[in-house]
Design a protein around this ligand. Structure first.
Ligand code: ATP
Length: 248
């Protein structure tokens, strides 16, 4: 049946180094065109879930040992990471991972490497990225390693946009950023979602900010989903308030 889900993760188990069971049966459904938040504390398994989806676990000696991952109804577990990008799914890693010796603009252009639609289309999209991130236009000629943490996070998201994705897996965008900058980044995520129709699955420890921008959320604890619901239901849930929003 047509559920409207772009991505479906069904009961996956992930094991690192053949012995460490980190995800103990995680299921998620990410509707097309929406922002879905994956919440939970340090070590809950958020990054592992994102890497399982984008097939980035192999380089970390991690393996999905149970369950399935369907993108547009198709099992994508055998794709390698670059085929995942061609299929429309790109991950923005935690800690930003810019090429520090390249300029901001060169970093953005590396995001277009899988595209075959020509220089004019790529140049037009570069301008669109600069429209979302005016700060990056100002810093286009700067070496990325010398830009601020916020600018590097913007560069990492902008680079992902340059691959023309349908879905972005965004890992901990708020990490290490001042509150005002976090708000600015989430505003841009919302604008990209609204204007480009890009679907987001974002991992966040900052429950408060994530639930203000997301449509729905899942809360992970020790490799299991312990709660799920619309962002509004989660914001109003007494347990979420007490344990994740710091109020009771
Ligand atoms: P964080 O916000 O700290 O990234 P997280 O919710 O994203 O937390 P994960 O990074 O997915 O959590 O980690 C989940 C668990 O898996 C942790 O206990 C972590 O120590 C373990 N883990 C992560 N990567 C590996 C690895 N390559 N080898 C072994 N264990 C790992």
């Amino acid at each position: 049946p047509e559920t409207g889900a772009l991505l479906e993760v069904n009961n996956i188990e992930v094991i690192y180094n053949h012995v460490i069971l980190v995800l103990k049966g995680v299921s998620l459904s990410v509707p097309k065109g929406r922002i879905t938040a994956l919440l939970g504390g340090n070590g809950a398994g958020k990054t592992t879930t994102l890497k399982a989806i984008s097939n980035l676990l192999h380089s970390e000696r991690g393996e999905v040992t149970k369950g399935s991952i369907l993108y547009k109804g198709r099992n994508v577990q055998d794709l390698d990471p670059s085929d995942m990008v061609k299929a429309g799914v790109i991950q923005v890693m935690e800690g930003r991972h810019c090429f520090e010796h390249l300029t901001v603009e060169e970093n953005l252009l590396t995001g277009a490497y899988t595209r075959r639609d020509g220089a004019a289309a790529i140049a037009a999209d570069l301008e669109r990225v600069y429209d979302y991130f005016p700060r990056l236009r100002e810093r286009r000629r700067s070496q990325a390693g010398y830009t601020s943490g916020g600018e590097q996070q913007m560069t990492a998201i902008g680079r992902a946009l340059m691959s023309k994705p349908e879905m972005i897996l965004l890992d901990e965008p708020s990490m290490g950023l001042a509150p005002q900058l976090v708000e600015q980044i989430f505003e841009i995520v919302r604008a990209v979602n609204e204007h480009e129709g890009v679907t987001f699955l974002l991992a966040e420890q900052n429950t408060n900010v994530a639930l203000r921008y997301a449509d729905a959320g899942y809360i992970l604890e020790s490799g299991r989903v312990v709660m799920e619901g619309s962002a509004q239901d989660l914001r109003e849930n007494p347990d979420v308030k007490e344990f994740y929003l710091g109020m009771s």
